[in-house]
Design a binder for this molecule. Structure first.
Ligand code: UT7
Length: 331
C-alpha cells in the first residue's frame, strides 16, 4: 500500500477583523471576559458576497500554487464544512468548477469541528488504496452566517476562514514521512448540546423557525467544554499509546481551536509542554473546519513544524465527534 503525505498547504482568511471591543458594542460582554474564558482576541468575518466555496477556492489555489500544479491534476476534492453554500449541490462541486479540476470527483463531509480531521483521514485512505494520486482536502466555514450576534455565549467564539491540504503518495526516498495512524469516535448522545436546530428535514425552514432563531448555532457551552477536554486528552493519549509513542515524542500538537482552556486543560493532563502545542485561537477564534490548516500554517511559519517532525492533529466537535491522528511531516 502506498504511504500518504501532506505535500502542500494553503489558507485563506477574509480581511475584515471583528475584535472583542467590537463585540462589546454588540452584546453585553467585555474584552477581558472573552480573553480570560476563551483566549480569543479577534476573528475574521467574510464580506457579504463571499460564501464558503469562495474562501475554499482561495485556500485551494494557494495549496496548488505551492505544489506548482493545476486543478486539472486533482483526482478528488473533499470539502469539510458545516456551512456549505447550499445544502446541495455539494460545495465540493462548486470548488471543483472554480479550480477547473475536470478530472476530479468529490463530496462534502460534515462532522462539525472534527470535519477536517476526518477529511484528512478519508483522503489519506483514497491515496493508500492506490486508486488516487492527488487528493485535495478543503476545510472552509463561514460561521458568521449561522451565528446569532445577539447571543453573547456563542457570538464571541466563532470566525470565518478556509484551509486546504494536498495529499499524495510519498516517494520511495521519503518512506518514513507521512501518515502514521488515526483514531476516531462519534457519540450521538451528545447531539443536543451543540447544533443548528432548523433548516434540515426535521425542522424545515419556516417563518416560525426564523422567528425562534433556530437557524443559528445553539450550544450548551459547559457540557461541550467538559466533553472536549476529556476527549481531546483520551484521543491523543490512545493514538500515541498504540504506536508506542510518548507525549515527549510529539514535535507539535495541532489541536482544534475552540477555547484556549480546552487545549491547555487537555495538554496539561497529557504532560505536553506549551512549546509543543500550537495555539492561534487569539487571532481567528473557532473557524470550525479551518482551524487545523490555519494552525498548521502558523506552526510552519513559526519554525515549529519541520520535515521529519512528529505532528499530532486532534479535534472534538458537535455530534459529538472526536479524533486524533499522527503524521511524520514531509516537507
Ligand atoms: O468545537 C466545539 C465548539 N464549542 C466549544 O468548544 C465551546 C465549549 N464551551 C466553552 O468554550 C465555554 O463553555 C464558553 C466560552 C462558551 C462559556 O464559558 P464558561 O466559562 O463555560 O461560562 P458559563 O457558560 O459557565 O457562564 C458563566 C457566566 C454566566 O453568567 P451567570 O449565569 O454566572 O451570571 C453567563 O451568562 O458567564 C456569562 N457569560 C458571559 N459573560 C460575559 C456567557 N457568555 C458571556 C460573555 N460575556 N460573552
Amino acid at each position: 500500500m502506498p504511504k500518504v503525505k501532506i505535500s502542500a498547504l494553503g489558507c485563506y482568511v477574509p480581511p475584515r477583523v471583528l475584535t472583542n471591543k467590537d463585540l462589546e458594542r454588540m452584546v453585553d460582554t467585555s474584552s477581558e471576559w472573552i480573553m480570560e474564558r476563551t483566549g480569543i482576541c479577534e476573528r475574521h468575518i467574510a464580506a457579504p458576497e463571499m460564501a464558503t466555496s469562495d474562501m475554499g477556492t482561495e485556500a485551494a489555489r494557494v495549496a496548488l500554487a505551492a505544489r506548482g500544479i493545476s486543478g486539472a491534476e486533482l483526482d478528488a476534492i473533499l470539502v469539510c464544512t458545516v456551512t456549505p453554500d447550499m445544502l446541495f449541490p455539494a460545495t465540493a462541486c462548486l470548488i471543483q468548477d472554480h479550480l477547473g479540476a475536470h478530472r476530479a470527483w468529490g463530496f462534502d463531509l460534515i462532522a462539525a469541528c472534527s470535519s477536517f480531521l476526518y477529511g484528512l483521514t478519508t483522503g489519506a485512505a483514497l491515496i493508500a488504496a492506490g486508486t488516487h494520486r492527488k487528493v485535495l482536502v478543503v476545510g472552509a466555514d463561514t460561521m458568521s452566517r449561522i451565528i446569532d450576534y445577539t447571543d453573547r455565549a456563542t457570538c464571541i467564539l466563532f470566525g470565518d476562514g478556509a484551509g486546504a491540504m494536498l495529499l499524495e503518495p510519498t516517494g520511495e526516498a521519503d518512506d518514513s514521512a507521512g501518515f502514521i495512524d488515526f483514531i476516531g469516535e462519534i457519540d450521538g448522545s451528545g447531539g443536543d448540546f451543540l447544533k443548528m436546530p432548523a433548516g434540515g428535514s426535521r425542522l424545515p425552514a419556516s417563518a416560525e423557525t426564523v422567528e425562534k432563531r433556530l437557524h443559528f448555532v445553539h450550544q450548551q457551552g459547559q457540557q461541550v467544554f467538559k466533553y472536549a477536554v476529556k476527549k481531546m486528552y483520551e484521543m491523543c493519549s490512545e493514538v500515541l499509546d498504540r504506536n508506542g509513542l510518548k507525549p515527549s515524542d510529539v514535535g507539535v500538537l495541532i489541536p482544534h481551536q475552540a477555547n484556549r482552556r480546552i487545549i491547555t486543560g487537555a495538554c496539561e493532563r497529557m504532560g505536553l509542554k506549551p512549546e509543543q502545542v500550537l495555539i492561534n485561537i487569539d487571532r481567528y477564534g473557532n473557524t470550525t473546519s479551518a482551524t487545523l490548516p490555519l494552525a498548521t500554517r502558523d506552526a510552519i511559519a513559526q519554525g515549529r513544524l519541520k520535515k521529519g517532525d512528529l505532528v499530532m492533529f486532534a479535534a472534538v466537535g458537535a455530534g459529538y465527534t472526536a479524533g486524533a491522528s499522527l503524521w511524520r511531516w514531509a516537507y
